[in-house]
Design a protein around this ligand. Structure first.
Ligand code: UDP
Length: 404
């Protein structure tokens, strides 16, 4: 980690850093705690890993706490997650949350209230899992930070969750489409990536090659890559179908790089389904990577001709941002936060089916100069809108407002 913010200056300029310090100065002396449900795996942990140290570098005392839960608790909150993102079936079965599961949700949150110090001036709670911690609110300020796609939530589930959210002082959503009617201040703050961390820093071509070699990925055929937790919303099976269509036209290989998140119990089941679908095709590489594989993911993203993020629902899609920053064209599902990042035909393509995705990927593989131009446009977009320094400024502004 860096000892001050100036390490970012050469990317974002000195003015941006001055603005951060000026904003931080206005609320100097306050304390902040971020609370979520996992230290590793998934976008929220990825953001907090960089954002929390940056708050401290800006002079704001900031901590990161993680709630502990039982298997039953995380099964319940994954049901919340699916229902809030508009999916009400698991296979042929309708998802239903029993009273007993709701009791577990409340009980685990109550247990965590006893263990976590929630007395900071501002408490920022991420996503539904720890939302019921609000019962510990005293006279400090509480913010609910929603990272999921709430464009079409199951109403019953949202009504339940919002009974907690209503007690917060403010809520933050990643985009306008997700904002719900709530009796509190609502802010739009899109997520971001850290250009200097292990996941996004520059790598040499030797470093990239050595990772491919270590992961046993041959370097002759063009690479299509999707990096995602093994989750139905990320449509890994649809990605394999897409790859099979492309493969008939252009010889290529597919990497599905995933990993597990402690707060996502569905991972192993989805991984099994993905392996079945891939069968014995030696050009499909399914990588179940340990959570700290930041360097490996960086190298994989830099080695891909085209990055795919064929999500069916997506709060934001940091994997899209990461790929764009590495000047890769991205073919992504036309949903949620991916729409904020892919400008049709400029830095990639938004698609709604495996067929459409295959057509665009084939086009990019056959037109490398177009792909290269799109990659550069993607990098510019991320520099302008989705770097962590902008994110930090948005948080500081929001915090200043709610404290006044
Ligand atoms: N990620 C990772 N290892 C994996 C899969 C994903 O480090 O095996 C990272 C990925 O690089 C990105 C984050 O986890 O930084 C996923 O964030 P995103 O917003 O794309 O999706 P989420 O998992 O939060 O739904």
């Amino acid at each position: 980690m860096y000892s001050n913010l100036s390490a970012y200056e050469k990317i974002v300029g000195s003015r941006e850093i001055e603005e951060i310090l000026t904003l931080a100065d206005k609320i100097k002396g306050i304390s902040v705690v971020h609370v979520n449900s996992t230290f590793e795996g998934g976008g929220v942990a990825e953001i907090l890993r960089s954002l929390v140290p940056l708050f401290n570098l800006a002079g704001i005392h900031c901590r990161w706490e993680v709630i502990r839960g039982t298997d039953k608790f995380f099964r319940t909150t994954k049901f919340f997650h699916n229902l809030l993102q508009g999916i009400s079936f698991e296979g042929k079965n309708k998802i239903s949350i029993s009273e007993e599961m709701l009791d577990e949700y409340r009980r685990v949150n109550e247990e965590n209230i006893k263990k976590i110090d929630l007395t900071s001036d501002i408490v920022i709670v991420h996503d539904p899992q720890p939302a019921a911690l609000i019962k510990a609110k005293k006279d400090n300020k509480w913010v609910w930070r929603c990272h999921i796609d709430l464009s079409n939530p199951d109403r019953k589930t949202w009504n339940y969750l919002s009974s907690y959210i209503k007690e917060y002082d403010a809520a933050v959503f990643s985009l306008e489409d997700f904002v719900q009617s709530l009796p509190l201040a609502c802010y739009i703050i899109p997520p971001s990536i850290d250009p200097l961390n292990e996941k996004n820093k520059k790598l040499s071509s030797d470093e990239i090659k050595s990772v491919l070699k270590r992961l046993k990925i041959p370097q002759e055929k063009p690479i299509l890559l999707q990096v995602s937790r093994f989750d139905y919303f990320k449509d890994p099976v649809g990605v394999i179908k897409m790859y099979r269509m492309v493969k008939k036209k252009v010889d290529c290989q597919l990497i599905l790089a995933g990993g597990e998140a402690k707060d996502d119990p569905e991972g192993p089941e989805v991984l099994t389904r993905v392996r079945e679908e891939a069968g014995d095709d030696s050009d499909i590489h399914i990588l179940n990577l340990p959570p700290e594989s930041f360097f490996e993911i960086n190298a994989l993203q830099r080695s891909a001709e085209v990055v795919i993020q064929k999500s069916l629902k997506e709060g934001f899609g940091l994997t899209v941002t990461e790929a764009l920053w590495k000047a890769r064209p991205v073919v992504g599902g036309n949903v949620g936060g991916i729409r904020l990042q892919i400008m049709q035909g400029k830095n990639g393509f938004l698609v709604s089916s495996p067929e459409e995705a295959a057509e665009k990927v084939e086009y990019l593989l056959k037109n490398p100069s177009v792909a290269c131009k799109m990659g550069k446009a993607g990098k510019r977009l991320v520099k302008d809108k989705f770097l962590i320094t902008r994110h930090l400024k948005d948080y500081l502004r929001m915090m200043t407002e709610i404290l006044n």
